[in-house]
Design a protein around this ligand. Structure first.
Ligand code: EPS
Length: 387
């Protein structure tokens, strides 16, 4: 399967085409809207989120609630577009027009300067409009569709924030289902109430200082069969693909699986998961330090992936930059932005990973209709059972 997105943060809409989905997959706009709404929440978001109420329009590939096998086309409109029609319109405007809201002081940490140089754009608005994390709206819509496919096979995902700035959660002894319920109600998507209060305080303090905060989010996926991805070729390793997807989320700087970077400190005997077998449960691991992967393939244990997001680089108290016209030192341009988008980033990460897993699922069990995939899947489970 594949997809592409198009659209600018203050343009008319975000557009996506997904190709390769099977037919007969139930898709409801409400299920996509639910994911879009989750992405918009979180303490620390700016005024833009009060303007937008993201809802999807399904404009291809779905009829009477089910996919037909044709490309699925999705559109999410930007409510803010009405304030930007001149600034972001496709029609030409005079070179010196105020309507351009030209950006000539690149913001450190953003795509502005690299993109301006690379694409030979002297108005860096042409870069920032597309590099903006608004684009993740489209990727969440794609992930929401992927989740529908995974849900057909009992595969479920959850995410939670484990760090914002220097505040880390205490691990709670809760099931994944409980975690899902609690984090959905939390303004920073954590289960630990004490950490929640401190995180909110830290975000408010950063905002008061014109500063921003990053953090770490964790995604857990349960119900996976063994053997998604493959060891045989570098670009078929599913953990590698997930790493790429996670680090491609705007402002993400790193990814780890299971105990992740901790493994560097420990001896092998404290890192690897012992293999156990039972008549009714089949092969399992006694622990899950590997985070659900061995050899680039799923082990059947839950996937545990963490991603680190740097603090958003648009600062109300901007850092030093250089004016590209005069080459003089200036502070970077101020654009409206969020103080902390880590809670939203967890939802984004869940959805981009859901896409990668669904893609690997289709490679393994792929068929043109949901029924064909189900038959392949069940056949494989039987093979595993008899192994
Ligand atoms: C963003 C800047 C802000 C965020 C935006 C990402 O938008 P604006 O410049 O319009 O205030 O709100 O995020 C979204 C719009 C979104 O939907 O997540 C940026 O520069 O990346």
């Amino acid at each position: 399967m594949r997809f592409l997105t198009a659209g600018e943060t203050h343009g008319p809409q975000l557009t996506t085409i997904i190709e390769g989905l099977p037919s007969n997959l139930p898709i409801a706009a409400e299920a996509i809207n639910e994911q879009l709404a989750r992405r918009q929440k979180g303490h620390g978001r700016g005024r833009r989120m009060q303007i937008e109420k993201d809802t999807v329009q399904i404009v291809g590939g779905v009829r009477h609630g089910k996919t037909t096998g044709a490309p699925v086309a999705l559109v999410v409109s930007n409510n803010d577009w009405k304030n930007w029609t001149q600034i972001m319109g496709a029609d030409p405007v005079p070179d010196d027009s105020e309507a351009k809201r030209r950006v000539n002081r690149p913001r450190p940490g953003h795509a502005d300067l690299n993109g301006g140089l690379k694409y030979n754009q002297r108005d860096m608005r042409n870069i920032l409009e597309r590099s903006s994390a608004r684009e993740t709206t489209a990727r969440v819509a794609v992930g929401a569709v992927a989740r529908e496919l995974l849900a057909q096979f009992g595969i479920r995902t959850v995410s939670h924030v484990i760090r914002i700035g220097d505040i880390e959660v205490n691990r709670m002894d809760v099931s994944v289902d409980e975690l899902r319920e609690i984090t959905e109600e939390s303004p920073v998507r954590v289960a630990d109430k004490e950490a929640e209060a401190k995180m909110i305080e830290a975000i408010d303090a950063a905002k008061a200082d014109g500063d921003t905060l990053g953090g770490i989010v964790e995604v857990i996926i349960e119900g996976l069969p063994v053997g998604l991805g493959s060891h045989v070729q570098w670009d078929r390793k599913l953990d590698g693909r997930i790493a790429q997807a996670v680090v491609s989320i705007q402002a993400f700087k790193g990814v780890e699986f299971g105990i992740g970077f901790e493994a560097a400190k420990l001896r092998g005997s404290k890192v690897h998961d012992e293999i156990v077998y039972s008549q009714d449960g089949g092969f399992k691991r006694a622990s899950n330090r590997a985070g659900g992967f061995e050899g680039g393939m799923t082990s059947g244990m839950p996937l545990v992936v963490r991603g680190v997001m740097k603090p958003i680089s648009t600062l109300y108290k901007p850092l030093q930059s250089v004016d590209i016209d005069t080459k003089e030192v200036f502070t970077a341009q101020v654009e409206r932005s969020d103080t902390c988008a880590v809670p939203a980033a967890g939802v984004i990460m869940e959805n981009v990973i859901a896409w990668e897993v669904a893609n690997a699922f289709m490679e393994k069990f792929g068929g043109d209709s949901l029924e064909e995939i189900r038959a392949n899947y069940e056949n494989y489970l039987e093979q595993i059972e008899q192994y």
